[in-house]
Design a protein around this ligand. Structure first.
Ligand code: NAD
Length: 488
């Protein structure tokens, strides 16, 4: 870990070359201990333009290759991820602050995403039918051209892999803008793609912040934009990209509700709820944020507190991303306390010996929260869970339905009938039954509802194939003797 603490300067990656010319820069810090580990260029419209030109130049040759040829590169790339697992894991940990196990799981998930991408030729078989005597229609999926992806800080390795492998295997070329807080994993990804044999210009990286995002939304030669981040920025990006006539899918924030029924298995439920709220320090869009206890579930809450007490910051709980994030999370806890909620476990003022410069918040369980409190409504994005109490399942579902978000919801019960009610009536894109982090695995797709996602379709799996392609419909008649009809 110490060996990789010193990182190279972050560069843009355009047309197969790493470059950095006279930009203003911003420091990259490790949230584990607050050390500056690198810095990155704050790029401008001109950098985006250069990257788009490189991607546009690479597009004709790349899109004309067969699936088989493109896929071979991703077989190699997946092997490289495996070979470099240790290094990539430590890099995620260094720039994001996760635990080693969480960072490793992220890289493993990236490999799984590549496995789906290499299966795309098996998944999409084009359609063909004789629609009239001697006349056939066929539909082929064609790439869009130059596409762009904007990513958040919380999964530096995995979220770029939600989009890059599928979009490229399908024949697009890409400009990616990683979060300025965690640019190192994406830069390493470019090196490994190059080593796997990806032609120059097919994948490009432009580093920076808001100015790069705006340039992507405005650039006339970008056909589609995918965004993952907060709801506030998702709305800005979705509006700006679509008003410039681009296809866009923009995933936003979350406030996931877990409904716990009295018949739930106490041990499994307590473990799952606590793992969901505290994993990745609560910085997951799938994290449990609200638990709605239905009727009498005190025995489960007691177990949750016991379980959460086993979590030790700096050991099995990573840091949050920044000093601002820590202050924001602690501010929410203070508001809840002021508004009359009861703190069963308070993670404020946490420090880790030897890492005093890091940003740690301990697991926090807040009971007797009411729907009007900010901790019940707003995304906290830290290891904090708010417990609300409901008289019955109808009331619990009403609380869940009242959220503006709709990424995930889960129910814990032994009753299939009650679980089915939640599956039917929860207003969220991803539902868990006795699962605290119900992430669908490929070929199923990932995406929320309501203010957790803007745009049609999901970002991964089969749904992403629709997003990254357009249909070409061809109607063919070769036989001149085929009967004349309305298709003559
Ligand atoms: P963010 O919205 O602050 O940043 C995301 C991206 O947008 C970054 O690349 C950033 O540089 C850029 N950006 C930030 N402010 C901008 C502005 N004003 N104009 C244009 N671009 C801007 O999100 P974050 O803090 O990096 O990530 C955490 C958020 O992402 C949480 O809300 C989390 O729920 C969400 N998230 C959602 C999903 C999902 O699948 N729905 C997955 C991961 C993260």
């Amino acid at each position: 870990m110490e060996a990789i603490a010193k990182q190279p300067k972050v560069k843009n990656f355009i047309n197969g070359k790493f470059e950095r010319n006279g930009h203003t820069t911003m420091d990259v810090m490790s949230p584990l201990d607050g050390r500056i580990i690198s810095n990155l260029p704050l790029s401008t419209y001109d950098d985006v333009d250069e990257a788009v030109k490189a991607a546009a130049k690479a597009f004709p040759e790349w899109s004309a290759m067969t699936f088989k040829e493109r896929v071979q590169i991703f077989f190699k790339y997946r092997s490289l991820l495996e070979q470099h697992m240790e290094e990539l894991t430590n890099l995620v940990r260094l720039e994001n602050g996760k635990t080693y196990g969480e960072a490793k799981a992220e890289v493993e998930k990236s490999m799984e995403l590549c496995e789906f991408a290499v299966s795309i030729p098996q998944v999409i078989v084009n359609e063909i039918q004789e629609v009239s005597k001697g006349v056939e229609c066929r539909i082929e999926r064609k790439p869009l051209g130059v596409v762009a992806c904007i990513t958040p800080f919380n999964f530096p390795n995995m979220v770029p892999h939600w989009t890059m492998p599928n979009a490229l295997v399908l024949g697009n070329t890409m400009v990616m803008k990683p979060s300025e807080l965690v640019p190192l994993s994406t830069m390493r990804m470019a090196e490994l793609l190059q080593e796997a044999g990806l032609p120059d210009g097919v994948f490009n990286i432009v580093n920076g912040g808001k100015e790069v995002v705006e340039a992507i939304c405005d650039h006339p030669d970008i056909e589609a934009v995918s965004f993952v981040g907060s709801t506030k920025v998702a709305k800005i990006v979705y509006k700006r990209a679509t008003s410039n006539l681009k296809r866009c899918v923009a995933l936003g924030g979350a406030k996931n509700h877990l409904l716990v029924l009295p018949d739930a298995n106490p041990e499994m439920t307590a473990n799952n709820v606590v793992a969901s709220m505290s994993g990745c320090a609560g910085q997951r869009c799938m994290a449990a944020s609200v638990m709605v206890g239905v009727d009498e579930v005190q025995h489960i809450i007691d177990r949750m507190v016991e379980e959460a007490k086993k979590i030790v910051p700096g050991e099995n709980l990573g840091s949050v991303i920044s000093a601002e994030a820590k202050a924001r999370i602690e501010g929410y806890i203070a508001d809840a306390e002021r508004d009359g909620a009861k703190l069963l476990l308070d993670g404020r003022n946490t420090t880790v010996a030897g890492k005093e410069g890091g940003f740690y918040v301990g697991p926090t369980i807040i009971d007797y929260v009411t729907t009007d409190m900010s901790v019940a409504r707003e995304e906290i994005f830290g290891p904090v869970i708010s417990i609300l109490r409901a008289k019955n399942l109808d009331e619990a579902i009403e609380i869940e339905n009242g959220s503006n978000y709709g990424n995930a919801a889960a129910v814990f019960t032994q009753s299939g009938g009650l679980a089915k009610q939640v599956m039917e009536r929860a207003s969220a894109g991803m539902i868990g039954v006795n699962i605290g982090v119900p992430v669908p695995r490929e070929p199923f797709s990932f995406g929320g509802w309501n203010e957790s996602k803007f745009g049609v379709g999901d970002i991964t799996g089969r749904s992403s194939i629709e997003f990254w392609t357009q249909n070409k419909k061809t109607t063919i008649k070769w036989n001149p003797e085929a009967k004349t009809n309305w298709m003559s």
